[in-house]
Design a protein around this ligand. Sequence first.
Ligand code: C5P
Length: 233
Amino acid sequence: TPRWLIVPAAGSGRRMGAECPKQYLRIAERPVLAYTLDRLHQAFPEAGLCLCLRPDDNHFTSDWVPFADYRRVPGGEERVDSVINALRAIEPLARDDDLVLVHDVARPCVSIENLMELAHHAARQPNGALLATPVADTIKRDDGAGCVQRTEDRRGLWQAQTPQGFRYALLRRALEAALSADGIGAAMVTDEASAVEALGLTPVLVPGRRDNIKITHPEDLALATHILAAQRP
Ligand code: C5P
């Protein structure tokens, strides 16, 4: 099981178009963030949690955090900056081979079973692991002027989800390298695996459930509400 959980929750939620960040939108009176942390806690009650929050976040209260071992870390400009801040914050406590899972706060519907599976694989793979699903739609690339340039071959294409799990030292090295002068840059690091891949390493794809959606657009909140209700035993 993972020693550390990093939950980046410092995004602005611009695409949501709501006045408060998406992790604070309510599903049956509770914010999305509380559901996400509950799932993680059910799977890994002993892990240490790092929650990356915007320094000016005035919605958060620790009432929603079920973990005994938890710290609040300031989020950065981009998602990768937030995750690096968390890795730096736990440096005095973390060992190189500690397993670290990173999970988007905006994915409250992740199943306990998928969390366990991902942790199982990440612990056994030297290059880490991520939940993902095979691409179901036909994928077009545009020509920059609103027309189709080409259709991508979707065979072998996957949609990356979270959590993604890596050893502390590898994740730290990958993210620092991505942000260094000759790295791929923060804009390209939309998940942790991409930084590990940029080192020439190959994280393992763990097939996940399609209902592990990332709440991004307004209609996603209704979808998440439905998924959570359907999952309740
Ligand atoms: O914007 P996107 O949906 O890709 O963000 C994924 C996750 O990263 C969200 O949980 C968001 O809160 C987090 N994030 C962050 N710091 C940023 C940008 C995004 O922690 N600067």
